[in-house]
Ligand binder design. Structure first.
Ligand SMILES: [Zn+2]
Length: 430
């Protein structure tokens, strides 16, 4: 994962650009991928695919030719989708078009103006402080032309066509944690799923430019939407912060109950939060009206009230491979795979028994004198095995981890006391 990041991170991965395509084609060498293309101007519901944008050259100079900012040094020096501009500007005018990071004095900020057209440069606060001349020369040579927006899709066919969507965005020039990390974790998860036994659900991983990529894909695959059972957006998965699981627009969905309770068993430091309260991203398009797929989002975002939320280097030139480690990427991969595993396991528990189980007779009795908590849990869980509760329903009701319920359910299954069903199977004789 870190090798791929090191190879691709510095590319100028603007939403529709040659370098975005380069990165996507490189990833397609790693795993079987279909690349969907949507031409500039194509209608995607209420949106349109933007032009391909290229910055050929851009710099800021003093009038005597001393270069202060150069796009060749760092792609963040130019606002993504900046209009072209060439000329002498007063210091005041320059400062109106020169963006700096609000918090980090030494960083170049990531600024984009995809739809609100203007020209702009970005620099560190440190550099801005040195701008004392009356007049400067600005050169921004950018072009807008017809191109195609590209979405990479990796499919892991399951026994069922009910689908779990995984999504990560590959755009953002020269940045890593947001969101090369989501891309490589998603790719590795897909690779593991392809290599393992066939899953019950079908999985589709989309690697796309943020927002417009999701809208383009969804609006061109409306037939698939009814089969999208749930999904997980992946981003910011390599930095040093607890895992955050953001719920979907439908917090009472099976997907929410399942993944929220599963995170407890996967990262004890992790936390859950409501829809749109951790980070806003592609999951919005899936949760939106007319789509309504309960898609959650997994990230590593500093918990409130951290002043550097989501993370210190966010949307800046300091978001480099140094922010992430292979170990943290591996840990995030395990959390993502653990959430998927819970979703695979989440079924209705149907009792073969009637009445309360004679636990001692089945060798599953837990002594309340030595393990009162275990004793209580066993009975609380068995009590709900009536064909109407899923594993996630029970975990949610008892406020315990999915894995804790699953452990007991597995034991009951082993003793042939219960069976699992993908649909409710009420066993109450009324
Ligand atoms: Zn971002």
């Amino acid at each position: 994962m870190l090798e791929l990041i090191n190879e691709l991170w510095f590319l100028k991965r603007d939403i529709v650009s040659d370098d975005f395509d380069r990165a996507l084609y490189r990833l397609a060498e790693e795993i079987p991928m279909t690349i969907h293309e949507y031409p500039t101007g194509e209608a995607c519901w209420t949106w349109r695919v933007p032009e391909k944008w290229t910055c050929h050259e851009a710099y800021l100079e003093t009038l005597d030719g001393r270069r202060l900012i150069d796009y060749a040094d760092h792609p963040l020096h130019v606002v993504s989708y900046s209009l072209p501009f060439e000329g002498r500007v007063s210091r005041d005018e320059l400062l109106r078009h020169l963006h700096v990071h609000p918090r980090l004095p030494e960083a170049i900020p990531f600024v984009f103006k995809y739809y609100e057209r203007d020209w702009g440069l970005c620099a560190s606060q440190d550099l801005r402080e040195t701008l004392t001349d009356e007049t400067y020369r600005v050169v921004i040579r950018t072009t807008f032309e017809a191109g195609t927006l590209k979405v990479g899709e990796i499919v892991i066919p399951g026994q069922s066509d009910q689908t779990f969507m995984l999504v990560a965005h590959l755009c953002h020039p020269a940045m890593v944690n947001d969101d090369m990390t989501g891309v490589v974790v998603g790719l590795e998860a897909a690779r593991r799923l392809l290599a393992g036994p066939q899953p019950y659900y079908t999985y589709r991983l989309l690697i796309l430019p943020e927002t417009i990529g999701s809208v383009a894909y969804l609006s061109h695959h409306e037939d698939l939407i009814p089969r999208m059972a749930t999904g997980l957006f992946l981003e910011m998965l390599g930095n040093d912060a607890p895992h955050a699981l953001q719920g979907s627009f439908q917090p009472h969905s099976q997907a929410d109950k399942c993944m929220v309770s599963a995170l407890r068993g996967l990262d004890p430091q992790g936390y859950n939060a409501a829809y749109r309260t951790v980070i806003n991203n592609d999951e919005r398009q899936f949760n939106a009206p007319g789509v309504r797929v309960p898609m959650l989002s997994l990230s590593q975002v500093e918990n409130e009230p951290s002043p550097t939320r989501p993370y210190r280097e966010y949307h800046s030139s300091l978001d480099t491979p140094e922010v992430v480690t292979q170990k943290r990427l591996e840990a995030s991969l395990q959390v993502a795979l653990g959430l998927i595993q819970a979703w695979e396991n989440n079924q209705y528990i149907v009792n073969r028994f009637k009445g309360e189980v004679f636990c001692s007779g089945y060798g599953i009795w837990i002594d309340y004198r030595t393990n009162p908590e275990g004793h209580r849990r066993l009975f609380e869980i068995m009590e709900r095995c009536d064909g109407c509760w899923t594993v996630a329903d029970i975990a949610g009701e008892l406020d315990i981890s999915f894995q804790a319920v699953w452990e007991i359910v597995s034991l009951l299954q082993e003793k042939d006391l219960v069976w699992l069903s993908r649909t409710p199977q009420p066993t109450t004789p009324r």
